[in-house]
Design a protein around this ligand. Sequence first.
Ligand SMILES: [Mg+2]
Length: 385
Amino acid sequence: MAARNRKTIFHIDVNSAFLSWSAVKRLKEDRDSVDLRTIPSAVAGDIDTRHGVITARSIPAKKYGVLTGEPVVKALTKCPELTIVKPDFATYKRYSAAMMKILKTYTSFVEQASIDEAYLDMTGTESIYTAAEDEDAFPLNVATTLKNEIRNTLGFTVNVGISTNKLLAKMASDFEKPDRIHTLYPEEVEEKLWPLPIERLYGCGEATAEKLRSLGVRTIGDAALIDEAVLQSHLGNKAGAYIVRSANGVSDTEVAQAREDAKGYSNEVTLPHDITTDTYDEEAPAVLHALCEKVAQRLAADEVYAQTIGVQIKTDRFVRHSRQMKLADSTNKTDTIYEIASLLMKRLLFGEQGVFSRNSKIRLIGVSATRLDKGLYRQMSLFDL
Ligand SMILES: [Mg+2]
């Protein structure tokens, strides 16, 4: 189980973004065309005059030693058969926006860091995405679903880096590619981060790396263990402190919140006294109904519908459990949300595997509505339980 008081931050990074997006566009236009991702290929401006610079390259091109940022002429000496395509920014913007739209269905805390990168603050969502009996699955389960949804619906792959802060999540997404999920938790820093060359440290520019190497600091681990005052005397106070802190995996910048663009609603309440299996029928329905009504009102006010309804509880031992259900038709109606929430609650609490079977009492109840849409995809069919 993920330790409490820790954040869960994802960094999503499109693999060879410009090249992948160009490849997907070409395949859309002509299904028989060759997939640029499977051959040595690159995106570069100014192809005609050969003065351009490589802005993205395929993994096969990378194997030839083709580098991002190097002149096309140089890349061609390394790999004469390199296929070069022009950038297509209109397409890139479209794919970027489509990806961000998907990411925002997973959490309302999405910070777009560049055209192909975003940070997601997934803290506290385990109760929404993970079944009670399967708590250890979080957050890899959500990362897998998210990564596969992007691949299957948009046609390109991403890496997901997972950690407790943005810096480590970003470093993690840069590990082996493509289509991979990596964790880099603070307890993994020594094993996974420290062996890397110093220039791989995020925020360490080439000039700083050069200075560090001249001081004998070759790996991130070297920087983590050096006396901060020594680094500060060479790099200045701010940069010196940053390098030592970062090399130790310490970072405290927050994922910028985008509340006005919320893509999920939840409401929960701590009960005045614990509910037991005996008092459930008497006390829980009214609380649950009130929560559903609140969520429905917020959905309706924003003119959106939820495809997934979830319930959360916290026991008197402070353990959280949840259940959720994806609906055939999205909804923002109190009655429908309440009907589903009641059903989910019964499944969560009663029966052989239920929370009540473990002699627990309930201290908190919550209802969530996620996977929002504008109602465009609603079918007129009856909801099928
Ligand atoms: Mg990228």
